[in-house]
Design a protein around this ligand. Sequence first.
Ligand SMILES: *Cc1c(COP(=O)(O)O)cnc(C)c1O
Length: 388
Amino acid sequence: MSTPHFETEAIRTQIERSQFLEHSSPLYLTSSYIFEDAEDMRASFSEEKERNIYSRFSNPNTSEFVEKIAKMEGAEAGFAFATGMSAVFSSLAALLNAGDHIISARSVFGSTHSLFTKFFPKWNISHSYFKVNEVDSIESLIKPETKIIFAETPTNPGVDIIDLELLGKIAKKHNLILVIDNCFATPYIQNPIKYGADLVIHSATKMIDGQGRVLGGVTVGNADLIREIYLFSRNTGPALSPFNAWVLSKSLETLAVRLEKHSENALKLAEFLESHPNVQHVKYPFLKSHPQYEIAKKQMRLGGNIISFEIKGGIDAGRKFVNSVKMCSRSANLGDTRSIVTHPASTTHSKLSEEDRLEVGITDGLIRTSVGLEHIDDIIEDIKQALS
Ligand SMILES: *Cc1c(COP(=O)(O)O)cnc(C)c1O
């Protein structure tokens, strides 16, 4: 058989069947594993044998989940975490030493920004930010102590696109580790390793679960780096629970069909918004009007399910819009079957100064929409009545 396609790997990558020959992968709720004898125990602990010892290190369900994501991303290895943030923190903490420096896009997930600005400085790890529209300045930020380039694309909540090929080239030229948070794109839409990323991180809480049930995270990439991340994590304990891994691995079986439909709905909603008189502008990667449309087309298979748009009328109009939706949920989450709207200026980013908000592309009337899997006509009808 030729190399299986994405959908086939997502469904047919399974841990070994037990004596019951179950069709769907069973759930292994066990904290530890038993040994045949003292020799088996010695060989297992010395890692001469690859096997499960304790579920903080590995578990059949987490292994299945990681194997799927690694195949989907074209990665050599991976490790699964309790949340997206534990994946970000543990992966970076495992690789960085006191005195090291990170270069990152300014538009990163809020907690990642807090990690860089509030917590890493405690260990003398510093960072420099570049703006998404100033990627040409990245090389000028490199210092002798720079170790990592970090970025998300598409960005949250601005839905800007950063050129992965360019980041890959810069990282390679200067021998830096390129880490991409690929959460907004999912492994179905974008594979940063193709462009030179060394590590790819996902919050599995979002589109990978896809149904708003469990938290999870995963890092995949270069085997040597994953080995360091594994050793750090096996001792510090951020491992994904077997139950959540089982849920997430099941979710991956439908990732491709879900993202096709999410993206189809999102494009239709984006086109509707673009034609609406109360909307100033719309940002969606696969709209021709997107400033980085060409780059999006190059590195993304689909536009994904996140749209940001600017309502005319500033903060008050944004707040009023969010109050006026009837079906769409008001929630800070994203990637659910249910469509979600948020108004970052009055919620998630309300603590930032206006200047800082603008720096990450959050204007007063900006609405972030996570387009769900309801019928598109019902989504448009709800957004339309809220806009009027
Ligand atoms: C949600 C999110 C995270 C954090 O994931 P959790 O599972 O909530 O810890 C990290 N990065 C991005 C881009 C996210 O959207």
